[in-house]
Design a protein around this ligand. Structure first.
Ligand SMILES: Nc1ncnc2c1ncn2[C@@H]1O[C@H](COP(=O)(O)OP(=O)(O)OP(=O)(O)O)[C@@H](O)[C@H]1O
Length: 610
């Protein structure tokens, strides 16, 4: 059958093959051609990037960049040769158990298949956008880093890496939106490390105290993210890539004693990964100075805004001697970008490239999405039936299953209920101390407790390999959270299953949910379409630009915020807007964020961020 998709523009130097459509002979020939073109491309990109890799804001001219011609603020779309039939046609979930297809989707969660991402359309907007690469070795990342990439088993870059790495290496600011699990972390880590290893700023005398001196640690790269677990995970990732190089990496997040973090900073640091609250604390103690920051990355930038971190972020960036946006390089990464993020981009980025892989805010079609109409009272029975059914069908024990609930109390209650009913479950939420949270996550990762009940504290960024099933026991209040939650499965090109329980209270989500399902080629149940047509509310919906339409400020979950040493702020969630008038205190600790204003203490609907 003829491919209905537009041809890949002939002038694109990288190939976008659909492997399933190729014979092995054709594959060999293509590989040969790829190697040759890789070498040609490497020479061209080297010539273009030259000595400015990652150390300056020198934009490449279109004549330097080769075939992809860009005039100022050009929109370039890379269209895959043929969108594969994903094969993920969903069948109705039988009333109380998993269908055969769903079960097989749970067990086919095996190997990494990044080819799946090759078919996703990519768009770049900006002036003189550096061309993408098709291999890690096409751009000079340095031999140490190349070795570490190989050690990590990364054979080829994912689309976001193909496009983002050359942009960052060329010294450009970047706002990048790519689907969950598609390798955004390495997309910013690799060029930062490469830049530090090459650049004159990288190993200057300024990276901070090396001994017992009193000077503040002065990182060259700062990576800010919303949660402790995510900070820990990014730190691990950076350490893997910086292994056996002289790049020093440290992490700082709340909920644990600060002393150990202070000690690691004392040795001097090149890359600091931090959550906003603890970072402000360290700056106030004069233990961290931002005056040498050359690379600033905001990971899950939209979530940090959503959580009300904007004052902290602004304070960190605008009031602490951080070099201005014309000097530093700034990168924003997420799978969703609500419109509010554009204000931040306008303030913090300069002459940036806007990169989108797939549709902004959409999910990957590697995840089979189900939605079940279930009354509130029936949820537990449904959950038990699903868990039983998948355990019976699983070849190797209970598949890793993440169950999202709305409140911390519900997380505890449901964990207890599951445990009482013979299911090996644990839970993670903001009322558990950091040690308990890490224990829970580890035992989930190892499969000792293959069922984890979680609040939104686990919805973003967490990369647990082989999560087979995400169950939205309680649907979140906005569609971006839904996209991130289900993105805990179907990562790194693997398939996954996501089931949502839709009850009477979720009607305002119907349209947004149906839209996301349609965008990712899922079968939307007729009853949901009907709800979505009758629902007049746009809450949780999207505007014409694919951004979420909802008001994002003041929707507080509990977060890692202004905490002192070992202390957890905001153990609960502030359901609505802040600052609020008539506060109604809940059972949480925080009433002040340490920056001079009171949090709204609206009705408490906890989801456990901190
Ligand atoms: N090029 C690659 N080759 C092999 N594995 C990779 C590659 N890039 C990333 N991975 C792996 O894919 C997984 C997902 O990557 P990562 O966590 O960076 O995704 P993400 O896009 O940041 O997801 P999220 O939006 O949920 O934060 C990780 O286990 C990572 O190690």
């Amino acid at each position: 059958m003829a491919c209905p998709c537009p041809e890949t523009p002939a002038d694109l130097s990288f190939s976008l093959h659909s492997p399933s459509l190729m014979t092995s002979q054709a594959k060999d020939a293509t590989l040969e051609e790829e190697r040759a073109s890789e070498k040609r491309e490497k020479r061209r990109v080297e010539a273009a990037v030259g000595s400015v890799c990652g150390i300056g804001k020198i934009a490449m001219s279109s004549s330097m960049t080769g075939e992809v011609k860009n005039s100022p603020s050009t929109r370039t779309t890379y269209v895959p040769p043929c969108r594969r039939d994903s094969g993920l046609v969903t069948s109705q979930l039988s009333d109380l158990s998993l269908s055969e297809k769903d079960s097989s989707s749970l067990t086919s969660n095996g190997g990494i298949n990044f080819d799946a991402y090759d078919e996703i359309p990519v768009e770049t907007i900006g002036s003189e956008v550096p061309p993408p690469v098709s291999s890690f070795f096409q751009i000079d990342l340095g031999s140490d880093l190349e070795l570490n990439i190989q050690r990590c088993g990364y054979k080829k870059p994912t689309p976001v890496q193909k496009h983002a790495i050359p942009v960052i290496m060329a010294g450009r600011d970047l706002m990048a939106c790519a689907q969950t699990g598609s390798g955004k972390t390495a997309a910013f880590c690799l060029p930062i490390i490469a830049g530090i290893l090459k650049g004159p700023n990288g190993f200057s005398e300024t990276r901070g105290p090396r001994g017992a001196g009193s000077r503040a640690a002065s990182p060259v790269a700062l990576i800010i993210c919303p949660t402790r677990e995510l900070a820990g995970q990014i730190h691990d990732e950076v350490k893997k890539f910086a292994n056996r190089t002289r790049v020093r990496v440290a992490v700082a997040y709340g909920g644990v004693p600060i002393f150990q973090q202070l000690r690691s900073l004392q040795g001097g640091v090149d890359i600091l990964v931090a959550t906003p609250g603890r970072l402000v604390d360290l700056i106030d103690r004069a233990k961290v100075s931002l005056q040498n920051v050359k690379y600033l990355t905001l990971d899950e930038a939209d979530r940090m805004l959503d959580m009300g971190f904007e004052p902290q972020i602004r304070r960190i960036i605008e009031e602490n001697y951080m070099p201005p946006s014309s000097v530093r390089q700034t990168m924003l990464f997420s799978a969703t970008f609500p419109s509010e993020i554009q204000r931040l981009a306008a303030d913090f980025l300069s002459n940036y490239v806007y990169l989108t892989v797939g549709k902004v805010g959409s999910s990957t079609d590697l995840i089979t999405q189900k939605v079940v109409d279930v009354s509130h009272l029936d949820k537990r029975r449904h959950l038990v039936d699903i868990l039983r059914s998948q355990s019976m069908n699983a070849a190797h024990g209970v598949p890793l299953t993440l169950v999202f609930v709305e409140t911390k109390r519900e997380a505890d209650t449901l964990e207890h209920f599951l445990y009482q009913n013979g299911f090996p479950a644990t839970s993670i939420h903001g009322d558990r101390n950091q040690w308990e949270r890490e224990q829970a996550l580890n035992s989930f990762k190892k499969g000792s407790t293959p069922i984890m009940v979680a609040t939104d504290v686990a919805s973003r960024g967490l990369d647990v390999p082989n999560v087979a099933h995400v169950i939205n026991y309680d649907l979140p209040k906005n569609i971006d959270s839904y996209v991130h939650r289900i993105g805990r499965t179907g990562r790194a090109g693997k398939s996954g299953l996501a089931t949502a329980f839709f009850d009477g209270t979720n009607q305002s989500m119907a349209k947004a949910l149906a839209d996301v399902m349609e965008e990712s080629k899922q079968e939307v149940p007729e009853w949901l379409l009907q709800f979505s047509e009758s629902s007049s509310s746009s809450y949780g919906g999207r505007n014409d630009y694919g951004y979420s339409d909802k008001p994002t400020y003041g929707k507080y979950d509990a977060y890692d915020y202004g905490q002192g040493e070992g202390m957890t702020w905001g153990a609960e969630t502030y359901a609505q807007s802040y600052p609020t008038g008539n506060a109604q205190m809940g059972s949480y600790e925080a009433a002040s964020n340490g920056f001079g204003f009171c949090y709204g203490t609206e009705q408490v609907v906890a989801t456990g961020w901190d």
